[in-house]
Design a protein around this ligand. Structure first.
Ligand code: PLP
Length: 385
């Protein structure tokens, strides 16, 4: 096989556009020099649109989890009551972070593959009026579920003062996010997913209410102290050395999103979801989630027995294609296709075509072509809407 060929179709890290790669090759500048200030001045305000907010968005050099931890340590303190909604592996991560900081953690668990139900969250809040923050995952990457965050935030706001804190790591930038309008208080994302960058940057948007709480929260914190990031960002600076190369790349990836137009970016992701789902339905291979709560960024497929890992092996060996397996309790039971960021309907046709060959080779299907045909039809139908 051609060496050096790899097609990454996992739900992050995602492939990097060549122009972003190129931008990241710029030589270093002094991080306290005017060049870096100018760069931050160009980049920071443009992140607001991605989160649907007029409030400030801060950038941390850290992975997505640093943003989740920052959301916890800046808003609540040991002993405070919080509610974590767990719809999969990343809900569990929020729970672990909250427990690590000795919070009084209530959890609301859903079967993996199902979405949260806002009314049930309201019931937990009604029964536990001291809950100060609710943590939820927008796209649960481990299952391919997109949770109804707009409805969740509206429901929480109706009956409670609790902060609405959202992990948007695997979908912000690929799906509509309206922090201000929906009433989200904190939303976190990472660079290596829909934003088409390597791992290493984390972005945090917060409401006015959240920024006020962050200012006065008693929990000790240092590197993840969002006050430092917020105050320095007002001067177009950072508290610590920024990940400069990633910031150069970010400027270009934001340009790509702006040139395409965010609403078209969201439509493209919807289209890729529909094509992928149509393909597996036509092949008679079950999907983990319902259409209603299927994420536009990642699809989880649940074939029989040992097939997920056997299929992933064939795709890697024959085509250099990397698919994701299942996490934790779904390990070995599903495979996942990431279709976010630098990914188009043309990529979906390619991946489905290769997966069909893989499925044929492991004996799941006896004929190839039906999946691709269904994806083509979904494309044509989607385009005409
Ligand atoms: C929804 C979600 N939250 C959090 C994370 C953690 O991000 P990181 O691995 O960058 O720390 C991920 C990573 O896949 C994710 O998909």
């Amino acid at each position: 096989m051609l060496q050096d060929y790899q097609l990454l179709r996992i739900p992050g890290p995602t492939p990097i556009p060549p122009s972003v790669q190129q931008a990241m090759m710029k030589p270093m500048t002094g991080h306290r020099e005017q060049d870096t200030k100018d760069l931050l001045k160009r980049v920071q305000p443009r992140l607001k649109k991605v989160f649907g907010t007029d409030e400030d968005v801060v950038i941390i050099a850290g992975s997505g989890t640093s943003g989740l931890e920052a959301a916890v340590v800046n808003t609540v303190a040991a002993g405070d009551e919080v509610l974590v909604i767990v719809t999969g592996s990343f809900g569990e991560r929020f729970t672990e972070i909250c427990k690590a900081y000795h919070l009084h953690v209530h959890t609301l668990h859903y079967e993996w593959g199902k979405a949260l139900i806002p009314e049930e969250v309201a019931s937990v809040l009604a029964a536990n009026p001291s809950i100060k923050a609710v943590f939820a995952t927008y796209c649960e990457t481990s299952t391919g579920v997109i949770n109804p965050i707009e409805e969740l935030a509206a429901t929480i706001k109706q009956s409670s003062e609790a902060l609405v804190i959202i992990d948007g790591v695997s979908c912000v930038g690929a799906v509509e996010t309206k922090l201000d309008e929906w009433g989200i208080d904190i939303c976190v994302t990472g660079s290596q997913k829909a934003l088409m960058l390597p791992p290493g940057l984390c972005f945090i948007a917060a409401s006015k209410k959240a920024w006020n709480i962050i200012e006065t929260n008693q929990q000790p914190r240092f590197y993840l102290d969002l006050r430092k990031y917020h105050h320095t960002s007002l001067e177009f600076s950072t508290p610590f050395t920024p990940a400069l190369s990633l910031l150069y790349g970010l400027e270009q990836s934001l340009s790509l999103l702006e040139l395409e137009g965010l609403s078209q970016v969201y439509r493209r992701h919807q289209m890729m979801k529909q094509m992928t789902r149509a393909a597996f339905k036509s092949l008679g291979i079950p999907l983990l989630t319902t259409d209603m709560f299927a994420s536009p960024t990642v699809t989880a497929i649940i074939p029989d027995g040992d097939e997920p890992d056997a299929l992933r092996k064939v795709l890697k060996q024959d085509f250099g294609i990397v698919l994701a397996g299942g996490q934790n309790k779904l390990k070995g039971k599903i495979f996942r296709i990431g279709h976010m960021g630098y990914c188009t309907p043309a990529d979906i046709l390619q991946i489905i075509s290769c997966i069909e060959i893989g499925l044929f080779k492991i004996g799941t299907i006896q004929e190839t072509g039906f999946g691709v045909m269904a994806a083509q039809q979904a494309y044509l139908q989607g385009e005409s809407i």
